[in-house]
Write a protein that binds this ligand. Structure first.
Ligand code: SAM
Length: 390
């Protein structure tokens, strides 16, 4: 759970599920959350319950960057979808299933383990699509459908792409239900990272304590630094906060990526500061693309140079590819960016090298939460910091 002081206050704030750090034991008073509840891990019960609230669906659907990208991608691939069988992994309210049915899908299996599946059924009926969309209330890992599917669509991305760990469920569905040559939307995802400067933010939450209504409260500064840098912060930063070219933490090809690869993601980096500035931390964001198996424009890896990244952007701009971006320079989304704040800023000069490594692993107590290990060296200063995204 992200402490509220670490969260941004934009109206676009996605109230993504609140994930308990460890699995709480089920109690007799717990409300039923999802089909097959008995078999659910306690942390999954909490996770699926959080998706039964309307607020989370409202903030996702109102995010036009997100929802329009999916609708455009469906229309871009309409020729492939027409007359075909689709599986919507985690259908929520059923919005993507309805888009697919309206694009001509023969049948859509709309699967969701949350109670929201009940409302999805009603929405399907109210839109006269009950003959095309079959809503199944259950985990995609547990459900049975009568046929293999031509298309898998899913909106599985969490904060900094991987939070919530929903991707393994999509990979499971791919391996079990997708026909050879089938389409996966989105098809590719890239997680980016770059050092950021954000003096306003630092002064507002750390330096603030030095003079509070004329009272010296600087005794609280160490505590403020500790809390500000303990958990990742979900907030919006702009392109002007980013002080080097971003590097690629992970590029995921949803046609080939495996659950095994998801268990630990490590990359080393070496970037050069574009300005004289204090580094306050690192920002993470992602992009997803909606391509067929053979049409990816993105061949990015952790070794990709800034030039590769620019070329990729140019290539996509000239292409008909649909890209959903949560980058600081693009229109804000409800995912915002994820910031790993340092306890103390590190000053850098223009062209100074910043290098190190980052490792992301699902937490052992609750695999939907993430642990992030960051190492950073620059100008003779070294920082090693662990963050827990609960
Ligand atoms: C981010 S929401 C997307 C909802 C909807 N597709 C949309 O675009 O508005 C993810 C949904 O996936 C569901 N979900 C996550 N993992 C699942 C799984 N393993 N099986 C079934 N549903 C799952 C959640 O309950 C949630 O409703």
């Amino acid at each position: 759970m992200l402490p509220s002081h670490l969260n941004g206050h934009s109206p676009l704030a996605r109230r993504r599920p609140q994930l308990p750090a460890a699995s709480p034991p089920a109690t007799a008073g717990d409300p039923p959350a999802a089909a097959g509840d008995a078999a659910l891990e306690a942390h999954d019960r909490v996770y699926f319950q959080s998706y039964s609230h309307i607020g989370i669906h409202e903030s996702m659907i109102k995010d036009r960057v997100r929802t329009d990208a999916y609708r455009e991608a469906i229309m871009l691939h309409q020729k492939f979808i027409e007359g075909k069988v689709v599986m919507d992994v985690g259908c929520g309210t059923g919005i993507l299933s309805v888009f697919c049915a309206r694009a001509g899908a023969k049948r859509v299996y709309a699967v969701d383990a949350s109670e929201i599946a009940t409302q999805a059924s009603e929405i399907v009926k109210a839109n006269n699509l009950a003959d095309k969309i079959i809503v199944i209330h259950g985990r995609v890992e547990d459900v049975d459908v009568e046929e293999k599917v031509d298309v898998i669509i899913s909106e599985w991305m969490g904060y900094m792409l991987l939070y919530e760990s929903m991707l393994p469920s999509v990979l499971f569905a791919r391996d079990k239900w997708l026909k050879p040559g089938g389409l996966i939307l989105p098809s590719h995802a890239t997680l980016f990272m770059a050092p950021i400067t954000n003096s306003d933010r630092y002064e507002g939450s750390v330096d603030f304590w030095c003079d509070v209504y004329g009272i010296n409260m600087s005794a609280l500064v160490p505590l403020a630094k500790k809390f500000a840098s303990e958990e990742p912060s979900i907030e919006i930063v702009g392109g002007e906060n980013v002080i080097s070219w971003p590097f690629v933490v992970k590029h995921i090809d949803c046609y080939t990526f495996t659950v095994e690869e998801f268990k630990s993601i490590t990359t080393t980096y070496k970037v050069s500061s574009m300005m004289l500035a204090p580094i306050h931390g690192f920002g993470l964001w992602f992009e997803v693309e909606f391509n067929g198996p053979a049409e990816s424009c993105s061949n990015l890896s952790s070794d990709s140079s800034p030039l590769d990244i620019i070329q990729k952007k140019r290539c996509r701009a000239s292409d008909s590819t649909v890209v959903l971006s949560t980058a600081p320079e693009d229109e804000p989304t409800h995912w915002h960016q994820t910031i790993l704040y340092f306890p103390d800023p590190i000053g850098v000069t223009q062209d100074q090298i910043i290098e190190g490594s980052v490792t992301i692993t699902p937490s052992e107590e609750n695999p939907r939460c993430l642990n992030i290990h960051l190492e950073c060296s620059t100008g003779g200063q070294n920082l090693v910091k662990d963050f827990a995204m609960r």
